[in-house]
Design a protein around this ligand. Structure first.
Ligand code: NAD
Length: 370
């Protein structure tokens, strides 16, 4: 039975509540003989600030480097609104992303049949939707230099952000996109603004070149990012994997998120460079939602985004694609049976707690693997 090194970082607010359901899943997988885990746990965000006056400790960073996968809950909350900027809760997550070199952010938008009515789009437009937004996470306009605000001295100021991309950054994210597509419906849509941006011209050129050189078997199409946004809310099922830069990806992944109805349902993965020796990537998996201080401690949080994030770890870090498919099936079956947490409640469904939802999903998985 394979053993994987997992670092659990529950964080703040509902983070520990939803992480408890991951622990339930880990226990089941070990007990059922499916996989064994060497589990470490650490503090991050506000919880770490309270204990150590930093958002993440060096010891935890070392464990993150050594882990096969980091499983992250959520950080932040009003309690830490006034702590110094460089040790604010989010700084812990940013440090992990930066130090682990996590350049590829994968956000699936999946609409489970039982939840098609929760979307703001007509159910026929989204029912059965299963697409991925792949966002470049470490380059582009959020990090490019110069990044300044200058006082021009005449009552005016000038703000500058710089969008920068080098060939290697586009090549490596394009490769992740093509690899993902090969395991799915084999189609990549690359989005940029080559009509008005030089980085868009290079993006288009490099994606074309990688495709021609290494991935001719995958269908590739290009769309201007604004037109892509429109298509995403018009007929999202036309897409399989959308690959785009940091800024456009930030916006398009939030648009895609709303197609699915609730924040409590959305997982994500962030991957680093492929290590040529081990063939492994550094990786962090986290729900898209935050620490939800308004419902923290009430047992109301939806654990599905967190559990599905662990499912992505099974798929992308533990080579357990078959088991990840079964976990997805277990989530779909639990929803079809009428169980709902409060955020996705619908008429006639029973509203259950975080723990009851987690237990029901693990029980379904047990049936499917038994
Ligand atoms: P949020 O995602 O925490 O909550 C937004 C709304 O969605 C709230 O009403 C909340 O109750 C609900 N919600 C979120 N997750 C849910 C779940 N699993 N089940 C049921 N309902 C859920 O966003 P926010 O309110 O803007 O931010 C709260 C705190 O979280 C802030 O401190 C923010 O900085 C932080 N935050 C952290 C992350 C992260 O850790 N990656 C991401 C976003 C926000």
């Amino acid at each position: 039975m394979p053993t994987f090194k997992v670092l659990l970082l529950p964080g703040d607010g509902i983070g520990p509540e939803v992480m408890a359901e991951v622990k339930r899943l880990l226990n089941f997988l070990a007990k059922a003989g499916i996989a064994d885990f060497a589990i470490e746990e650490g503090l991050v965000g506000g919880a770490c600030y309270d204990a150590h006056k930093v958002a993440v400790t060096e010891e935890t960073m070392a464990k993150a480097h050594a882990a096969d996968a980091v499983i992250f809950g959520a950080v932040g909350g009003p309690k830490w609104d006034k702590v110094p900027f460089d040790v604010r809760p989010e700084a812990g997550l940013l440090r992990l992303r930066k130090d682990l070199g996590l350049f590829a952010n994968i956000r699936p938008a999946i609409v489970y049949p039982a939840l098609a009515d929760a979307s703001s789009l007509k159910s026929e437009a989204v029912e059965g939707l299963d697409i991925i937004i792949l966002r470049e996470l470490t380059g582009g306009v959020y990090f490019g230099e110069p990044k300044t605000i200058t006082d021009l001295g005449n009552g005016q100021k000038r703000a500058i952000d710089t969008q920068v991309y080098d060939t290697y950054e586009i090549e490596r994210i394009a490769r992740v996109g093509f690899e993902l597509a090969r395991k799915r419906r084999n189609k990549v849509t690359s989005m940029e603004k080559r009509n008005v941006m030089k980085t868009g011209v290079l993006w288009h050129e490099v994606v074309e070149a990688v495709h021609a050189r290494e991935y001719q078997d995958v269908q590739l199409e290009h769309m201007l990012a604004d037109a892509g946004g429109m298509q995403l809310v018009r007929w999202p099922k036309q897409f399989d994997v959308i690959v785009t830069d940091n800024l456009f990806g930030d916006m398009l992944s939030d648009v895609a998120a709303m197609l699915t109805g609730s924040l409590g349902m959305l997982p994500s993965a962030s991957l680093g460079e492929l290590d040529p020796k081990t063939r492994r990537r550094k990786a962090l998996f986290e729900p898209v939602h935050g620490s939800a201080p308004d419902i923290a401690g009430k047992g109301m949080a939806n654990p599905i985004a967190m559990l599905a994030s662990f499912g992505m770890a099974m798929r992308y870090s533990f080579n357990m694609g078959k088991e990840a498919d079964l976990l997805d099936k277990a989530i779909a079956a639990t929803l079809s049976s009428g169980l709902r947490t409060a955020d996705i409640r619908s008429e006639g469904a029973s509203v259950v707690s975080t723990a009851a939802m987690g237990a029901a999903i693990v029980a379904e998985l047990e049936k499917l693997t038994g």
